[in-house]
Design a protein. Structure first.
Length: 314
């Protein structure tokens, strides 16, 4: 039984995922989708039997430590509900996950998460540890990976802007890992969870009007079950340095809905208190199920080259 309102290390997260996969092997798959700079595996749990898949990510920014444990609890509850043919607040989990699957990636940036939780000594590689310390950024405010790259500015998209000399589009192993998931599965949509403001963003400037109208409809439904605000489209392009996000890449390369969910109130200070875990769980735990239930067929509006024909340097 996963209990919230406690600290979860990277090892705790991996251990619980493996335990859930062992407990429910009939309808779950646990696997590593990549390895970080500091040689931590990036874990993923797939639940369900459907070929069409919803991708959910958390922990792209290291200091956003609330959503990864909440994902663990969501995965456990979904597994138990599926196994027992039990509804989750009126949603038939068993029927839904026979038709679709959900890929949960609770911690895309394990190195950054460990730095924010335990300081720079959590990095085993001495060179990487020295590089991080030289940045003059306090570990509790660390949102980057172990190489000091903001993963959520590293995805190849129309809005990508290079932020440091050692970086190029999809230069990071974490970025490549998520792109690989987008490529390997027949995806329906993408939910990316962050922690800044209790707001849901749907608007993608590079995408056509009809795409954004469809995403606004889906995002509005999620605001009603969470109590979060609906983000304004102007907020996506307020700064030219905010591009290269995972949602930009996914929307432009697949033409499918990509929605950003920001949990935790905007004025919360870092490190985020574990007291936010229970409230965040209550607010978001139905979101993936509700999105699958509410999805309707839509045209494909892909802009970038097809993923299956695209390779990235290793």
């Amino acid at each position: 039984m996963i209990n919230l309102n406690q600290h979860f290390s990277y090892q705790d997260i991996v251990m619980y995922l493996q335990m859930l996969a062992d407990q429910f092997p009939e309808f779950t798959i646990y696997r590593s989708i990549g390895i970080s700079h500091d040689e931590r595996e990036i874990p993923m749990m797939r639940i369900g039997f459907g070929m069409e898949t919803l991708i959910c990510t958390a922990g792209i920014h290291g200091k956003e430590n609330i959503n990864p444990p909440v994902f663990l609890k969501m995965i456990e509850d979904y597994c138990m509900a599926y196994h027992a043919h039990r509804l989750i607040e009126g949603i038939d989990v068993h029927t839904l996950l026979n038709q679709y699957s959900i890929c949960f990636i609770p911690l895309l940036n394990p190195d950054g998460y460990e730095i924010a939780m335990y300081g720079f000594d959590a990095i085993h590689n001495q060179l990487l540890r020295r590089m991080c310390r030289r940045s003059k950024i306090h570990s509790k405010d660390w949102k980057y990976n172990a190489k000091g790259v903001d993963i959520n500015r590293n995805f190849p998209s129309r809005s990508y802007i290079q932020q440091q000399l050692s970086e190029y589009p999809a230069s990071e192993p974490e970025t490549k890992a998520l792109i690989g998931v987008f490529r390997d599965y027949e995806t329906l949509a993408y939910l990316d969870f962050h922690s800044s403001g209790n707001v849901i963003y749907y608007y993608r400037q590079a995408m056509p009007y009809t795409y954004n109208i469809h995403c606004r409809h889906l995002a509005s439904a999620l605001t009603r079950i969470s109590g979060f605000a609906l983000g304004k489209k102007e907020e996506e392009f307020m700064s030219s340095l905010n591009g290269g996000n995972s949602v930009h890449f996914y929307s432009e390369s697949t033409g499918r809905p990509a929605i950003t969910v920001e949990t935790v109130k905007d004025d919360a200070s870092y490190p985020l208190s574990i007291a936010y875990q229970s409230d965040t769980y209550r607010q978001i735990h139905r979101m993936p199920l509700a999105l699958l239930r509410d999805l309707r067929p839509m045209g494909c509006y892909a802009i970038l080259p097809a993923l299956r024909n695209k390779s990235f340097p290793h």
